[in-house]
Design a protein around this ligand. Sequence first.
Ligand SMILES: *Cc1c(COP(=O)(O)O)cnc(C)c1O
Length: 404
Amino acid sequence: MFDVHKIREDFPILNQQVYGKPLVYFDNAATSQKPHVVIDSISDYYQKINANIHRGVHKLSQVSTDAYEQSREKIRSHINAKHAYEVLFTSGTTMGVNLVASGFTTLLKKGDEVIVSALEHHSNIVPWQMLCERTGAVLKVIPMNESGELKLDEFDGLLSDKTKIVTVNHISNALGTVNPIKYIIDKAHSFGAAVFIDGAQAVPHLVPDVRALDCDFYAFSGHKMCGPTGSGILYGKEEWLEKLPPYQGGGEMIKEVTFEKTTYAGLPHKFEAGTPNIEAGIVLGTAVDYLNSIGFENIQAQEKKLLDYGTSELLKIDGIKIVGTAKEKTSVISFNIDGIHPYDAGTIIDKMAIAVRTGHHCAQPIMQFFDIPGTIRASFAFYNTTEEIDRLIEAVIKAKTMLS
Ligand SMILES: *Cc1c(COP(=O)(O)O)cnc(C)c1O
């Protein structure tokens, strides 16, 4: 049985006071908190098995290499990739996007097209703009409607044989919209384009099946799914990873180096230059185990309860406008209070010991679309409670009273 109060005991950070009041942590879309098992595994790594991987023949190096490769295999199985070598360790989603956007430099020519969506995080916009600047390719944008849903008929109209890659997020960090990525993937493939999915906001809430989705790339960060910062995954289909050149040169990614010519290592090492964040890679596997032990059905049920409760309670307050009302939504509520700047409201909410995010959420084009300076964003995790939402409602009412 899912007992949220029991689960909260796994997260030591939640049990603290801020400004003399119990902390309410509603900034999970920025980063999640970490359970004991994750925190302890980091310490365990350094106390017991720290050694550089894939290098020494000595015992400790073999043990840490095995732990690293077991974590890769665990993540392969979790996302149902065909081969472990299609699962690359990265420092996070941002690196995954940059690795692929950089690699596509050799594959694009002037006049080719790259499609992004109106709902993207800056890290899934800027690397593609830089790619377009380097190659002369043209960036096209799938527009959205007032609910924060992508306009699929307009997407269909953007596709042509000039389209080389389509890149969208699975779930929007700013609005919580769950995008119809299977439709987007299949449609893009029918024009021969590759598809990159930014899964940063999806993996804390669901298990992506990369083979069923048939995406060409799928990137995510460990720190938003109860794992350590500096850990991340880029899944890429073997045929694409073979086509892309290495991202960084250095140790580990080579087969043979002479001053005349270097030959590169095979997958995944070709993309894993230098000493990685070893303990973060290993402990990401621990975080995946932890989430699976809670169960994604339980996670989704709790988060749906929080989303529904939070939405209906907020809407009882006069002058609240929720930004992002897609039919398919995850547990993110972006909102504004009529006539009040989100930053001012956020300051008062913070003083009530409630951590929400205010601002543009690294998605300025979304704010431009709605013609607002930003939003207040409450993003819930499975360890949050409806009592905490009551605290938020109280704080919003207080902010409204004080500022209007
Ligand atoms: C957080 C986030 C990113 C960037 O992730 P980093 O961990 O900062 O690299 C990209 N896209 C989305 C949708 C995000 O939520």
